[in-house]
Design a protein around this ligand. Sequence first.
Ligand code: ARG
Length: 586
Amino acid sequence: MKEILQQIKEVVVEGFKACDYDEKYGMVSLSNRPDLCQFQCNGAMAAAKEYKKAPIAIANEVVEKLAGNAMFSKCEACPPGFININLSDEFIASFVSGMADDTERFGVDKVASPKKIMIDYGGPNVAKPLHVGHLRSAIIGESIKRTARFMGDEVIGDVHLGDWGLQMGLIITELKLRKPELVYFDENYDGEYPTEAPFTISELEEIYPCASGKSKEDEAYKEAAMTATYELQHGRKGYQALLSHILNVSVSDLKRNYEKLDVTFDLWKGESDAQPYIPDMVQKMKDDGFAYISEGALVVDVKEDTDTKEVPPCMILKSDGASLYNTTDLATMVWRMKDYNPDSIVYVVDKRQELYFTQVFRCAKKTGIVPESTNLYFVGFGTMNGKDGKPFKTRQGGVMRLEYLLSEVEEKMLEKIKENGTMNDEDADNTAKIVGLSAVKYGDLSNQASKDYIFDIDRFTSSEGNTGPYILYTIVRCKSILAKAGVSTSDGAILPAHSESERGLQLELTKFMAALNSAYEDMAPHKICAYIYDLANAFNKFYHDTKILAEEDEAVKASYLKLLCLTKDVLEKAIDLLGFKAPERM
Ligand code: ARG
C-alpha cells in the first residue's frame, strides 16, 4: 500500500499545480500541533518568495481547489500560510481496513529492488565467555537482519568469531603446563588425534582468564604463548587439532547462548577462515603499488583531503610479518565478495571501533577488494552501563556474563508473575523467560544504537512505561479480549471512528508503513520501538474509553474486534522484527 503521507501529498500537489504553483511546494508532514490538526503543508510559505505573494493568499487558493475532497474532513489555511489538514474518518477507516485485509504484511510493500546484504554481528571471541559487551551487537544485528528480510532483501548473517589471536596461544600454553602428557604436544606424533576434547567448556572458560592473568605478570609465559600462537598459525598439527577442539566446544556453548537470545546466524565463519586468503591479498596490494613499507610495517595510506581528523594508514602486516585484526577483516571481505558478492556489508560493532573501520573500508575500496558498487556500513553502538553510569559489571565488580544477566532478569520477572499468582509453576517459568527477553531486548533497542544507555533492571522489567513488558502486556490484553469474544480473525470492515480515542488508534495504525520504512532505511530498530510505544498507548487509551465486548450494535462490535486484531497483529509483527515474542497470558 502507498504510505498515507504519500497519498495525502499527491492530492495536495494537485492543488498546488491547479493554481499554477510548482509541485515541490506540496510537501506534507505530520502536524507538530496535533491539537490543531493531523497533518500540515507549509509549502505556501516557501512559495511566497518565488511568486512574490502573501503566503496566506497562496494557501487560500490551494485550499479552495482542495475543497470537497472526500479524503479530508478539514483543509484550511491558517495565518501566516499554513495549510492544516484532517483526514475524514471514512478515509482513515478504509485505509486501516486495507491494512487489515493484508494479513501478512499489513500494507507494507517489499522494496522494489531487493538487495543482497551481509551482516557481520555477534562477534564473540572463542574460549572467552559471552559477556554483555557482545549482547548489543547480537540484539541490534538480529533486528536489522529481520527487518531487511521482511522488506524483501536477501540477508546473510555471519557471526564472525574471534578465533585467531593470542587467546589461542594462551590456552595452548596453559594446557601444556597442566597436561604435558597429551599427544597434542608431542611433535613427533603422527597418528590420529582423539575426537574427544581434552577439556569441557567450564574448564576452557577457567583456563583462558588464568592464562591471560599469568601472561601479564610473567614475561616468559607470554613469550611461550606468542610462540604457540605463531606455531599454530604456521600449521603445527597438534595445535591445530587443539584449535578445532577449542572451536567445537566453544561454538556449541555459544549456540546455546544465542538460542536463549533468539538470535540465529546463517554463517559461523571466523577470523581463522580468512587466513588462507591473506598471502594472495597482500601480494596483490604490493603488486598494485598500494602497500608500502613504513617503519618496517606494511601499510596502505587511507587519508583523504577532506578529513578533519587524522586517519592513520591501514596497517596490513606488522614488522615481524604477522597479520593483524585489519588483515583478517580485509581478507574476510575477499571471501565475502568471492562467495557471496553482496550489494552491501553491514558491521554491527562497538562504536569505539569506528576509526578502525574507516581505515579498513577505505583500504578495501582503494585496493579493489570491494568494488565501488558494494556499500560498506558501520553501525556503531554505545556502551551498556550500570546505574552508576560505568560499564555494566556484576555485583562483585567482574565482567557480567550474558547467561547470568539473563537469569537475573528472568528471576525478577518470575517474582512479579508469582505475585499475581494465577499461573502454575511451569507456565510461570516459561512466561518469565519470554517476558524477560523482551525486557532486555526492548531496553536495548529502544535507544538509538549509537548512544550509551543504562541497564536498569527495575525499569526494564516494569509493565508500565516505555518497556518490553508494557508492549507484551498490551498484546496479551488484545488476545484476551479476542479470546473472550471467541474470534481470532474477523471479517467485515473497520468502520469510521466512533470516538476521539478510536480515531487516535486508527490514525496511529496508518503510520506503520512509514515507521517500518524509516527503521529499515536507517537501520534503526529504535524507530520501530518508538512507533509501537505510541501505538500501544493509543490502544490502551481506546481500551479504557470503550466498552468493546458489551457493545450492543453488532456491526460496531465487529469493527472494534477487527481493529483490535489489527493492532495485535501489527504489534506482534513489530516485536518479531525486534527479535522477541509475546506469551499467551501474563
Ligand atoms: N570479536 C570482536 C570483538 O570482540 C568483534 C568483531 C567485529 N567484527 C569484525 N568484522 N571485526 O571486539
